[in-house]
Design a protein around this ligand. Sequence first.
Ligand code: HEM
Length: 372
Amino acid sequence: MRSVLRQKILKPRDVAVYSEGVNDVITDLIKRIHTLRSQEDDGQTVANVNNLFFKYSMEGVATILYECRLGCLENNVPQQTVEYIEALELMFSMFKTTMYAGAIPKWLRPLIPKPWREFCRSWDGLFKFSQIHVDNKLKAIQSQLDRGEEVNGGLLTHLLVSKELTLEEIYANMTEMLLAGVDTTSFTLSWATYMLAKHPKVQQCVYEEIVNKLGKDQVPVAHDVPKLPLIRAVLKETLRLYPVLPGNGRVTQKDLIVGGYLIPKGTQLALCHYATSYSEENFSMANEFRPERWLRKDNFDRVENFGSIPFGYGIRSCIGKRIAELEIHLALIQLLQNFEIKISPKTEPVHAKTHGLLTPGNSINVRFSDRK
Ligand code: HEM
């Protein structure tokens, strides 16, 4: 799968082509913010902003993966999409149970049927959704071919036309990518918004950089992002403080000596990069939100720091990293062009909690005030 997707989503320039589609989704996100805040007494607050970013992330990633719109940001979300969201919620609400369910041996399943049944029900719901969208695309391609037209398109079209993967493999991988690409992106956007709201001076600097380098009204595309090092630094610093996957693991493939200790081949290693991200040895003033720590001093400065590897590293690192970055950078730029983001008095201090993923422990409520 990785080798098939290599040319399509693994580099920033590969995903740049999706800017236009993502920007259409951002237009809807901003409309939705106007609608939601108009329903509040102060006309500015969006309560539990993660609900909104969940819908944005789902719409954004589906635009790229399935080359279609789902209607997540509409006032009336289509039934099919509602059912998918319910299946996803079931998956996550049963996260621990379903994780164990996957490991329950076959002979034990009839004796404790519920976890396995729920496990299958949630996955069937997710898989069905992918199948519907993949099949729709397949039909559309077939009709184009029947009319003798040339078939061009994005990721799914490429997978279906190139036939490098079987249809089953495409269903399965699309299901996995959609699942992996929604909460991860939405939690990160929620934390970034919360951090910007809590740090108005940082927010002002980022806003000024956007206005100076891009303009107040120009819609950004992927190629603009390198001109805006602060927006990239905001994302890196957010993921340092709130890595959605707080831990990771690997099995050693050969004997290793690390720090004077022999780790034999086949050892299962757990890496808690949440801990390394907060270690003063790796980051000075580690508890503070300081995006500027990620700014390069010159062209040779790499500012890499293995204390924070929120997308993992190496051959099994996150395959959707460039998609997530595109969705988050473009959304943050446009949000800041349009609004000043402030903490709502309704928000209690928000701490992270682990629920499989690292999630906001309570609702993040923010005010989106129009920029003058
Ligand atoms: C801020 C957003 C995201 C974060 C922080 C994140 C983080 C991660 C991490 C830590 C891993 C494990 C990597 C490793 O073991 O080294 C991973 C794997 C994965 N991610 Fe992401 N991810 C994000 C967004 C996405 C998106 C948008 C997609 C899909 C479009 C995606 C698809 C995947 C897939 C398919 C894997 C499994 C890769 C494999 O096993 O080869 N992720 N992600």
